[in-house]
Design a protein around this ligand. Sequence first.
Ligand code: PEP
Length: 263
Amino acid sequence: MRGIVVAGNWKMNRDVRAAAELLRDIASGLAAEAPHSSVTAVVCPPFPSLALASELLIGSPLRLGAQNLHFENDGAFTGEVSASMLRAAGCDFVIVGHSERRQFFHEDDAIVNRKARKALEHGLTPIICVGETLEQREAGSTEAVVRTQIHGAFEGFSREQAAAVMIAYEPVWAIGTGRTATPAQAQEVHAFIRALTSELYDSDLAAAMIIQYGGSMKPDNAFELLSQADVDGGLIGGASIIAGQFLSILASANRAALAKHQA
Ligand code: PEP
């Protein structure tokens, strides 16, 4: 049975002091209402706060992730951060190929593949983001776009590598816009992605693959989205930097996990 993974992508928000405050608020909320045993909660603060975050989170079920990494081990790559640095700072997860990185930093599927490969080499779980723009959806090419992105991201991956990856379906038109995919729209693409991973590997791998939804997931829509059969979590932007909202989404994840286990 797949679990539910809810990850907060803080983007370029919260300096070290504000990050510490937010982490304390989230961690104390979780101490009051612990995540269901099959729910994993992850926070992805900006790089400068990672090391402190990992100290603050000792003893908390909250896990740590980063928002990006470089695909080389080390060297003359000014401004970049390596997978081993993220591991040393306490990260278990790293977001790869977020649409903002694709749009503003020109990351293509080949770069996403190299980054995910490097993350895996160092024991980080890459959360590989895919999703179509509004134009692409309206042109009816959502599946073609997602297929190309998944094929590119997994290019050359062994079964073992692929099994250690998570996917986030994030329709670009829903990110930061307040416009959310309907639960039915999300379910449709998630089922398509699962079928695609089955085609690429096998049905056991596909059945175990965590596929998160991202795009304006909020306290008022989280439960319905997370209750969909193929939606295994959320990648949360805006609502993840407000402790009460993130905690409320985690409470919805608990309820959805319970319902899925009882089904
Ligand atoms: C994201 O950035 O991954 C995201 C889903 O953002 P938001 O929740 O703000 O739409």
